[in-house]
Design a protein around this ligand. Sequence first.
Ligand code: C2E
Ligand code: MG
Ligand code: MG
Ligand code: MG
Length: 287
Amino acid sequence: AAKLGGRDRIAVFDPSMYTAAVMEAEARTELERGLGADEFTVVYQPIVDLPSGLLIGVEALARWQHPTRGLVGPDSFIPQAERTGLIVPLGAHVLRVACHEVAGWHSAIPGAENVRVSINLSARQFQEPDLVDTVRAALADSGIRPHLVVLEITESLLMHDVDATVVTLHELRELGVQIAVDDFGTGYSSLSYLRRFPIDILKIDKAFIDGITDDSDDATLAEAVVGLGKALRLSTVAEGIEHADQQEMLSQLGVTYGQGYLFARPGSADEIAEMVRAAYRKQVGGQ
Ligand code: C2E
Ligand code: MG
Ligand code: MG
Ligand code: MG
């Protein structure tokens, strides 16, 4: 590797560094092209009430409809978008589309006027001074009621720049939106830290849900997180529920909401709108 710093050292040319830089530049150009060509879309995954299973909201998840690579998932472009800063326009796009589409369901689907939408924000977006303005504009333009919008942030973001994050979260909360801590349990936030943040929801990471029915340690950890949520008067969402016995156990533990392939995989706006319609048709019919 090239050696930096020492006065009498020589920077050695390293072809692998050159390759990495070229690949990064290409990735950036390709992301910019995709954004310009409007190739980024949003899919939605239902979030249900435990134990009833009623759909109460959706999480918006980014996808790239790439002309040659097909439908690309976020794990292959979000990290690059974060490194290049393109997550800022991409995140704003997801926010606008999701608010707009879910507001459309509120007015078009009888009984569905309280369906919530959760939107992921990355740490990079929090460094932008106009994040709050961007969110305010997305709310105003779509006409969505702000309390139906949940912004998901990760636990590691919370620990990064505590004072600035607390201020921004308060500003976002003043717009009327709710805040969820995503992938909770994978970071290292302590109870005393967590209380400083104005948050509403804890999303328990799939890693804890996977083993809960056959690993007593996972079950104990899940129970501890639920207890933490209760102590802080937060609602809880369990992520990645794939089996009915997990749903059963989590609802017995008192987890408020669930999300996972057991209930539904992420689907296009049209597919999930149909699912919302069916859920609330049943509701209305059952009254
Ligand atoms: P996340 O926010 O934790 O979203 C949940 C992920 O778990 C989604 O993956 C979802 O499809 C997946 N999932 C849900 N239920 C199950 C299950 O039962 N089994 C399994 N195996 N997986 C399940 P996806 O859509 O690939 O998204 C991955 C991550 O990419 C998200 O994790 C989020 O961190 C990030 N991401 C997605 N969209 C955006 C976005 O618009 N902005 C930002 N900043 N990040 C995003
Ligand atoms: Mg999320
Ligand atoms: Mg998550
Ligand atoms: Mg996750």
